[in-house]
Design a protein around this ligand. Structure first.
Ligand SMILES: Cc1cc2nc3c(=O)[nH]c(=O)nc-3n(C[C@H](O)[C@H](O)[C@H](O)COP(=O)(O)O)c2cc1C
Length: 327
């Protein structure tokens, strides 16, 4: 099938996509894509396939994702203050290898804009809405927790769960928060503040580039602080030999599929019995219906896509629904 958007420069199709969703996909009716239905902490997922962080940064297209049949929606990353993305080229793609590259750096209309948007979505939400939060580029690392707390305070009434994003490679030093030196102190403050508000589930999004001992430390600290789950993974800074993206920025799509699967398997094995009640979301290189089902069979509760929407198109939700029902 011809995919005309792949003939346009990546930055242009990226700009057009929200308009296409709004005017061509429309808002309803919502299809009944009910496969692998799942309930967690009172949240009902009619199916376990959602959009990953960064796809709908400012919560502009929630009804459109529901019209396409998403089982849940994650919006963000949202920063407290509105900020533009990094200057220069921020997105590129390698069609042959089904890989994306980005160094966006959290362009966000800010927490007030998004809370206003989310306040207009009728409750109960048609699917769960996860809100992915981050820090402004200008906030020093030692004050990072204040940015996350400020987002939690403003967005708690509208969010079904929060995703704490400290794994983007595109905000300077952000990933340092995932290291043993910083993680407990940072997360401890965020968890405490969240508990004092509505105590919405907190899910930590992890980088695929952390070494195994650090990954295990992240899991240990998360368990100790009673976090609700993990998203495995964000984009990667690895560059296989056949991929010619710049060294900075994050890569996603097919080339990170194995890495993401390995992390999922490692985390599940490491957790053992402690996995009970925790939410595990697999993302990274899910490029076909078979990939989505494989992640679920490996033990993920939910799966998310970004790159697949670029390389396969918006029929992905329908395709996976059909495939899952044919099994
Ligand atoms: C252009 C682009 C922007 C992204 N922005 C965000 C973001 O704002 N927050 C976030 O948590 N992840 C972001 N991601 C990472 C995705 O959520 C996902 O973790 C990653 O792309 C791996 O999934 P995929 O292989 O299906 O694309 C972004 C990815 C891309 C390609």
């Amino acid at each position: 099938m011809v995919k005309p958007w792949l003939l346009l420069p990546a930055s242009l199709s990226h700009k057009i996509a929200p308009l296409y969703l709004k005017y061509c996909v429309g808002e309803g009716p919502f299809p009944e894509y009910d496969w692998n239905a799942f309930e967690w902490k009172g949240l009902q997922f009619k199916n376990p396939l959602g959009i990953a962080g960064g796809v709908d940064k400012d919560a502009e297209n929630i009804f459109n994702w529901w019209t396409l049949g998403a089982g849940f929606v994650e919006v963000g990353t949202i920063t407290p203050l509105s900020q533009s993305g990094n200057p220069g080229k921020v997105i590129d793609r390698d069609v042959k290898n089904k890989a994306l590259w980005n160094r966006m750096g959290f362009p966000s209309k800010g927490v007030d804009y998004v809370s206003n948007k989310l306040s207009k979505i009728p409750k109960p939400h048609h699917t769960p809405i996860f809100v992915n939060i981050g820090k402004n580029r200008s906030t020093p690392l030692e004050h990072a927790h204040e940015d996350y707390i400020s987002c939690i305070k403003k967005l708690s009434p509208y969010s079904d769960a929060f995703v704490v994003n400290i794994s983007s490679p595109n905000t300077p030093k952000l990933r340092e928060l995932l290291t043993p030196t910083h993680l407990r102190e940072f997360l401890g403050k965020v968890v405490e503040a969240n508990d004092q508000h509505e105590g919405k589930p907190l899910i930590l999004k992890i980088s695929p580039d952390v070494k195994r001992p650090d990954l295990e430390n992240i899991i240990d600290v998360s368990i100790e602080l009673n976090l609700s789950g993990w998203i495995l993974n964000n984009t990667s800074t690895i560059r296989p030999n056949n991929i010619h993206f710049p060294a900075d920025g994050g890569m996603s799509g097919k080339p990170i599929g194995e890495l993401s699967k390995d992390t999922l398997i490692h985390v599940l094995n490491y957790l053992g019995d402690k996995r009970t009640g925790k939410l595990i979301i697999s993302t990274g290189g899910i490029m076909s219906p078979e990939d989505a089902i494989e992640r679920l069979n490996l033990g993920a509760d939910l799966v998310q896509v970004y790159s697949s929407l670029i390389f396969n198109g918006l029929s992905f939700f329908k395709d996976v629904n059909q495939y899952a029902k044919s099994k």
